[in-house]
Ligand binder design. Structure first.
Ligand code: CTP
Ligand code: MG
Length: 247
């Protein structure tokens, strides 16, 4: 099994509202993308395999900065890692597609991870890779949904009508890394290319593209520490977790 990771870091971070692109915003003195890359490279599967190629999608304006930061992470890694830094697309889906185009021929398992989930534990990365190795061609980490979730219809300025309450036991909130057999993921991206151009139609995760091709996607237990940094509040939580204030 030869494992590559595509680390998406090309977003601007509009909802975070920082002057830097989100992946370059520091938590405990280090950018989100550095934390995320380190976790990916620290992971070891049950049979000792590590990520051997790391492809990072970065904003076109920050390619050199990201490459310099990640050169250091790769140099410090225990195993040999090939690093590629590529410009991202207009949407996350297009960025992942750009990352997939960089994979070397020998790669057969691909993990796709968001730099926006900087504190992902290495053992979650390994759990996803192990599940792919065990025969599931598409694997996502998921956590139980804690809120009651309702489907709503078209409303007016006073609000929106509830259509139904979705049984919570049937729901999981999905995280990254998501793990795939390389051929399955490449085919799903090829089929979904047309959707990828605009935020309104693009898939918000890679498993969604795979589902659309009729291939079964499996869920393994996620981890709260892999939470996504979207808003300033999330950044504060990540900061507190890394300094031990909330640990
Ligand atoms: N991403 C990417 N290319 C894009 C858009 C997003 O590589 N064109 C990456 C982001 O860098 C992030 C991940 O996809 O690691 C998840 O995206 P999100 O959390 O939405 O980040 P941003 O798009 O940067 O944030 P926002 O939507 O608030 O602008
Ligand atoms: Mg976004």
């Amino acid at each position: 099994m030869t494992i590559a990771a595509v680390l998406t870091a090309a977003g601007s971070g509009t909802r975070l509202g920082h002057t830097l692109p989100k992946a370059l915003v520091p938590v405990s003195g280090e950018p989100l993308v550095v934390h995320a890359a380190r976790a990916l490279l620290a992971a070891r599967t049950a049979d000792g395999a590590a990520v051997s190629q790391l492809v990072v999608t970065a904003p076109e304006t920050h390619l050199d900065v990201v490459a310099a930061l990640l050169d250091d992470v790769v140099d410090a890694a225990a195993a040999e890692v090939r690093l590629d830094v590529v410009g991202g697309g207009r949407t996350r889906q297009e960025s992942v597609a750009a990352g997939l185009a960089e994979l070397t021929d020998d790669v057969d398992v691909v993990l796709v991870h968001d730099a926006a989930r900087p504190l992902v534990p290495a053992d979650l990365v390994a759990r996803v890779a192990d599940a792919v190795r065990a025969g599931h061609v598409a694997v996502v980490p998921g956590l139980p949904v804690v809120d009651t979730v309702k489907r709503v219809g078209q409303g007016d300025e006073r609000g929106r009508p509830v259509v139904e309450t979705v049984p919570r036991a049937d729901l999981v909130a999905v995280q990254t890394p998501q793990g795939f057999d390389r051929d399955v993921l490449e085919r799903a991206h090829a089929v979904g290319t047309g959707r990828g151009a605009s935020e309104a139609t693009a898939a918000s995760d890679d498993a969604g593209l795979v589902e659309a091709t009729g291939v079964a996607v499996w869920v393994v237990p996620g981890d709260e520490r892999a939470a996504k940094v979207t808003t300033a509040r999330d950044l504060l939580v990540a900061q507190a977790l890394t300094t031990g204030a909330l640990a």
